[in-house]
Design a protein around this ligand. Structure first.
Ligand SMILES: [Fe+2]
Length: 246
């Protein structure tokens, strides 16, 4: 069994298209760690694709706000503008799809996955302390998560915490050979709005039989997304950040 692991697509159609071309014929099942919408100009196309192709999805914080589950008060002004605009773009059926997405963690046969942490779908794993707490809360040895838009993650061997790095800028992939008795939390990175300094779209593949997770980066036509974002009337800052991956 081979999984395509996606997170934080954020309505970026060009980025998703590049990821799917890059990963073609390399997976059997699609898993999404949340944040299908928000920020970028193609929420309808991304929701339709996920509804038709993702086998397992958890909700992200943007999905909750756009679907009316959470209110906007924790969003910064730019994200609020984007959330209002996104809600207006989606059909009642698409909003229902977002509203019905499950809260993580979701446990599958070979791993679990969630948006933020195993104990709080909205919390960011950006510090060693939260990473330790999250690893202690895992119900399975392998997990995937998103929310931070930072590719990589953490592992724990006995009591030692280790970091998993993102794909290097000059590389296109990075392989993680899973070892027995270790705990893993792996972030595939963000498809649609990377924030780890690398503007390329990010994703991961997991081959269960080979016990191999590979992190990937792929270029996409950011200028096209930027033009669409501008003509939709979305804030310029949301487009500019795509170019530097911040
Ligand atoms: Fe996100």
């Amino acid at each position: 069994m081979r999984f395509l692991i996606l997170s934080d697509l954020h309505a970026n159609f060009e980025a998703l298209t590049a990821v799917l071309a890059d990963a073609e014929n390399k997976y059997d099942t699609v898993v999404c760690c949340g944040d299908l919408v928000g920020y970028n100009p193609d929420p309808s196309a991304i929701v339709e694709w996920c509804a038709g192709h993702c086998d397992h999805v958890v909700r992200g914080n943007h999905d909750k706000v756009v679907a009316g589950i959470d209110d906007l008060e924790w969003f910064n002004p730019v994200a609020q503008i984007s959330a209002h605009w996104t809600t207006d773009q989606l059909s009642p059926e698409q909003l229902t799809y977002l509203r019905d997405l499950p809260r993580g963690p979701v446990l599958l046969e070979h791993f679990e996955f969630f948006h933020g942490t195993p104990f709080d779908e909205d919390e960011y794993v950006l510090s060693q302390k939260v990473a330790e707490q999250s690893l202690s809360a895992l119900q399975m040895p392998l997990s995937f998560f998103g929310h931070t838009h930072v590719q990589g993650g953490f592992f724990r061997q006995h009591r030692r915490l280790g970091a998993i790095e993102a794909v290097q800028p000059e590389e296109r992939e990075y392989a993680i050979q899973l070892e027995p008795d270790l705990l893993y939390m792996i972030n595939p990175g963000s498809v649609g709005q990377p924030r780890d300094g690398d503007p390329r779209a990010a994703y991961a593949l997991y081959d269960v039989e080979a016990r191999l997770v590979t992190l990937h980066r792929v270029e996409y036509p950011i200028a096209t997304t930027y033009r669409k974002l501008k003509s939709a009337g979305l804030p310029d800052a949301l487009g500019l950040r795509l170019f530097n991956g911040q």
